[in-house]
Design a protein around this ligand. Structure first.
Ligand code: 9PG
Length: 530
């Protein structure tokens, strides 16, 4: 299907186009939309929460990110080596006059790319499905697309995002019952709706029982949290298993496998390779159902499910179906078992999660620093932790806000144990105000009196937000410009002596373990300080 677009939107005339609110519907497996203008910039939309999403010059190429071992957990591994503009489900180009031409899939398992100045859409494994085409002001075309997605997939059910204290970005895996109860105490009457326990409570990824650092059990902890008038929140990565887990050893037939019957890699983390569960296997679905019920019975009303992309990786499934559809079937079972709990998806493929979750992480992890020269210029990886990466991708996904609460990750207020400047922290906090999803991991004892006041006032505020441009906003009349976070740095390139060395090193598991162990030691040291 080929569609020619003239310079004015009203000139989009083709018998195969069907007018719909805000644009046109096109049906096809492969569609191509050719504008009459030359594209200035292209909107790359990443596959899952952490994947890079940004407007880049239309001529820009992006070298594959490193480490390659992490492709399954950072991007769509099927397309990790494509350097030309492209992305998952939706793509857009900017005309010289600033208007935007958007092509967006209305079903799963689809991609859009820019080739020879045309937008090309392809459904991976289905024939003749629907596409939305629109041309006009950027906010209008994205708004129209979001409205159609809400119609097709549904929306989150909760009106306002909760205010969350999350254990990850201060303790990382070094949590314990004692440490968390201390924090709970020191939060005093700070207006958090949720106290969320992150990674570190479980025995293994795959064995979702408390480890020795939680001797009273997860139900007792939930009760202590609820006694402070807050909801208890819990993190799990239910679609992942590591080889050292009992679940992996006992149920090899639950794993997603490739055509050679080898388990499909879901990346590498916690010093171990990661594998995915096959969400079309009835035993896996039963297990997920029971696991979620167990979490609810323990007393958790806010559930952050992470590394969810694992369920949508390419592979051979027990029931043959497109991979994103297989994932969504799994997510439906999870949603049902979670009942009325607040469901936050993370590391999640975007479209296949809509309508089944209440909140969604829409960017990579923040960190206590702005960015990393190594990741930017040598690894060409913009999904790694850092405030700059988090702001860039989250802001470029704000158009999803009418469909789901967009979580830009936690905000920093502390000066302690962070190298962020006041300006960096303010930008991130402003993104929290704009998205409305307000969370932090700061330990009260790390905050000065003033920082604690800032935190309280942000949690209590009801801001008046107006968008004034692609990257500019007015918040309660104050101008905010996110441009400092929005560029995508250029690679150092082969002329730099470190280029091959660092890119090679990143692909060695022992290097990843070493880096991980150094990070861990840093966290432990920060926590030991009086
Ligand atoms: C817990 C964390 C936190 C965090 C999540 C997720 O690409 N990676 O190697 C990678 C590792 C961890 C990660 C994101 C990416 O963080 O986003 O909020 O819950 O897991 O382990």
């Amino acid at each position: 299907m080929k569609v020619q677009v003239k310079s004015q939107v009203l000139d989009i005339i083709s018998k195969e186009l069907q007018p719909i609110k805000g644009g046109f519907l096109v049906v096809g497996r492969d569609v191509s939309v050719t504008p009459a203008f030359t594209a200035v910039r292209y909107y790359w939309h990443g596959w899952q929460s952490w994947s890079l999403t940004a407007w880049l010059d239309a001529t820009r190429r992006l070298p594959p990110s490193k480490p390659a071992m992490l492709h399954p957990m950072q991007t769509d591994p099927q397309h990790a080596h494509e350097e030309t503009p492209g992305g998952a489900w939706v793509g857009a180009i900017e005309a010289p006059d600033g208007r935007v031409l958007l092509l967006g899939a209305l079903n799963l398992d689809a991609r859009v790319s820019l080739k020879n100045n045309a937008l090309k859409g392809t459904y991976e494994s289905r024939y003749n499905d629907e596409w939305f085409v629109a041309f006009g002001p950027e906010h209008v075309v994205f708004e129209s697309y979001a409205a159609l997605l809400a119609e097709r997939f549904g929306k989150g059910r909760v009106e306002r995002p909760p205010r969350v204290w999350c254990s990850w970005y201060s303790f990382y895996t070094e949590i314990s019952e004692t440490r968390l109860l201390n924090v709970l105490d020191s939060l005093g009457d700070l207006p958090f709706d949720v106290f969320q326990v992150d990674d570190g409570w479980q025995q293994k990824i795959g064995d979702w029982q408390p480890n020795h650092k939680f001797p009273s059990g997860m139900d007792a902890l939930a009760e202590r949290i609820r006694a402070t008038g807050r909801q208890a929140g819990l993190w799990l990565a239910p679609l992942l298993v590591v080889p050292s887990s009992r679940t992996y050893r006992k149920n090899p037939h639950w794993l997603l496998r490739d055509e050679h019957n080898r388990p499909v890699s879901a990346g590498y983390n916690w010093n171990e390779p990661l594998y995915a569960l096959d969400t079309t296997h009835p035993e896996v679905l039963d297990w997920l159902d029971e696991l979620m019920q167990q979490v609810r019975n323990w007393g958790y009303d806010y559930v952050k499910l992470d590394f969810l992309y694992a369920g949508a990786l390419p592979g051979k499934r027990r029931r043959d179906m497109p991979r994103e559809k297989a994932y969504r079937e799994g997510l439906k079972v999870i949603r049902k078992a979670l009942g009325d709990a607040y469901f936050l998806t993370c590391g999640a493929p975007i479209l296949p999660s809509l309508g089944l979750c209440d909140g969604m992480r829409v960017g990579p992890d923040v960190a206590n620093y702005w960015d990393s020269e190594r990741d930017n210029r040598l690894l060409t990886n913009f999904t790694t932790p850092g405030v700059r990466n988090a702001i860039r991708t989250s802001l470029n996904r704000l158009w999803l806000s009418p469909v789901v609460h967009t979580d830009p990750d936690v905000l920093y207020f502390r000066t302690n144990n962070a190298s962020l400047t006041a300006e960096h922290k303010r930008l991130l906090q402003d993104l929290g105000r704009i998205s409305g999803f307000k969370a932090t991991s700061d330990l009260p004892e790390w905050l000065s009196d003033e920082e604690r006041r800032d935190l309280r006032s942000l949690l209590e505020s009801q801001d008046e937000v107006k968008r004034t441009g692609r990257y500019t906003f007015s918040i309660n009349g104050r101008e905010v410009d996110f441009s400092p976070a929005m560029d995508v740095p250029h690679p150092a390139g082969a002329a730099n002596p470190a280029w091959y060395f660092v890119r090679w090193g990143a692909d060695q598991p022992w290097v990843l373990n070493l880096v991980n162990n150094i990070e861990k030691a840093k966290v432990q040291k920060a926590l030991e300080k009086p």
